[in-house]
Design a binder for this molecule. Structure first.
Ligand SMILES: Nc1ccn([C@H]2C[C@H](O)[C@@H](COP(=O)(O)O)O2)c(=O)n1
Ligand SMILES: [Zn+2]
Length: 161
């Protein structure tokens, strides 16, 4: 029998947007850390998405994925947050929010601030003791960009593909 009252277990806005960021991270070819980002307008419309990877034309099979050594991935990979900002084709990001699976580094913090994004919702903060994240938090605070940690709900979302 079909039900006539509304569903009460729909996912929340935070679950929805962090879920999209988590799904984006699955596109990353980085063997160590996969990061996803989802930029959302102040009225909850998805504006852009990104994940960490090499720039257009730089093959995932030819460029290095190692973390150490003279030639390594850090010279080439673009972070998910910057990719999400650069992927946006619609004009201004003023007043937008960014959902990201890992707290932004100092370079992404600069891009976030300059793009007009006003709030960061992050999941993991595994590099919180590094200078890049310490510097990032310092700049974000000075610039008045709000940060809050995503509260995991424990909900299991299965997608069959
Ligand atoms: N907020 C962040 C932090 C890092 N990334 C990217 C950069 C690398 O591809 C990877 C980190 O690799 P690891 O040093 O953990 O081996 O994650 C990002 O996109 N956003
Ligand atoms: Zn970054």
């Amino acid at each position: 029998m079909s039900q006539t009252t509304k569903r009460l277990d729909a996912i929340s806005w935070d679950e929805y947007f962090m879920g999209v960021a988590m799904l984006s991270a699955l596109r990353s070819k980085d063997p160590n850390t996969q990061v996803g980002a989802c930029i959302v307008s102040s009225d909850n419309k998805i504006l852009s998405m990104g994940y960490n990877g090499f720039p257009l034309g730089c093959s995932d099979d030819e460029y290095p994925w190692n973390r150490e050594g003279e030639d390594n991935k850090y010279f080439y990979s673009t972070h998910s947050e910057l990719n999400a900002i650069l992927n946006y084709r619609g004009g201004s990001l003023e007043g937008a929010k960014i959902y990201v699976t890992l707290f932004p580094c100092n370079e992404c913090a600069k891009a976030i601030i300059q793009s007009g994004i006003k709030e960061i919702i992050y999941d993991d903060d595994k590099y919180k003791h590094t200078q890049t994240v310490i510097a990032s938090k310092r700049m974000l605070k000075s610039a008045g960009v709000k940060t809050r940690r995503y509260r995991r709900t424990g909900r299991n979302v299965e997608v069959h593909m």
